[in-house]
Design a protein around this ligand. Sequence first.
Ligand code: SAH
Length: 414
Amino acid sequence: MPDDSAVETANDTPPVPASAATVFVKPKRARPFFGRHPWVLDSAVQRVEGAPSAGDVVDLVTHDGRFIGRGLWNGSSRLRVRLYTFTAEQPLDDAFWDSRLTAAVDLRRQLHLDAPAGGCRLVNSEGDDLSGLIVDRYGPYLAVQATALAMAERLEPICDILERLLQPRGILLRGAERGLGKLEGLNLPDRQLRGERPEGPVFVEEHGLRFGVDLTEGQKTGYYLDQRENRQAAASYARGRRVLDMFCYSGGFGVAAAVSGKATAVLSVDSSAKAVALAKANAELNAATTMAVEQADAFDKLASLQTAGERFGMIVLDPPKFARSRASAADALRAYHRINRLAVDLLEPGGILVTCSCSGAIAREDFLVMLSGVAQRSGRMLQLLECRGAAADHPVNLHCLEGEYLKCVIARVT
Ligand code: SAH
């Protein structure tokens, strides 16, 4: 009897809707994509068969036509194609986005980040195999960032899926970081996508503390969720110490050190008036009576504290991205050196330095080498206690190491 089961299976599989175009990779340039790297730069593209519009589904093939992956096209970005599947039979239809979003939400459930009052990153772009899409949850609200044009065009079906999975009270769209948006030809104004717009701050719980998040005007999508576990880890060293929280934004490290960590006193500093107001409100919300907040430039403030002969038992440095690209990495490392040196000089013997870098262009090892330089120049010994990254709801796709950006080093300065 002829075995026709294979034929039956083939007939049961719905045909993959035709892709708008076929993108041929240059000879010898296909390897990263066989390694599942999702970014196809224009420099890797040999030619395109068809005339895809922005956001269209395209197939990526080798120069001699073998299937590699399927993705979405953006002809005006240097990042021409973002790949989402490496399975030839897999269409990029609504059911596909549904399964990817469901998997992302399931992971956060496994991480026990589904408490209704909490906040977490639900979708971390490449880290969840959803290049160009970020979704953060703050209690009952979702904040969405589309960093890829193709994702921006799919916001309606994405919102349908998120509403079905999570029943949020509202979904807001937040503009992508300036640089990123420009690269993609994206200029999305913030807007309400679904449901209610929060009136005033949204409150989220984090390790027993509460933080007010400004969803409509705050930095990023309103809060630095990536530092959640690092704030807790840092606080565990704060007991009995005087703490300086430099670049405090909404006050997370300072509040955690004051309340959970039982620091004797906390001084939180940020150059932005809005940040200072947020940090003050969060200190009050958590009855962090030992915490003071001040508006100042970090470099100036560290220098003037030095002149005044002040000393701290713990210093947190969480500066903004100093390196925007690899080209500026050397300058950035010099700035990291300067600020870390200023902090080390202010620490009393046995003090704790919590020093962070969110520059993806600075490798973890280079950051440690910079700190080693600070140890040498300052004549102090730095004992590396913890070398941390972003919280687990910011997974990194090891096919795309560019997603590894946050370093949080905890060291004892003898
Ligand atoms: N530690 C914060 C996040 C910090 S984000 C948290 O856990 O939530 C970086 C902060 O640095 C921003 O709030 C920004 O306003 C501030 N900043 C940028 N340049 C600065 C400078 N030169 N001096 C002081 N603060 C600065």
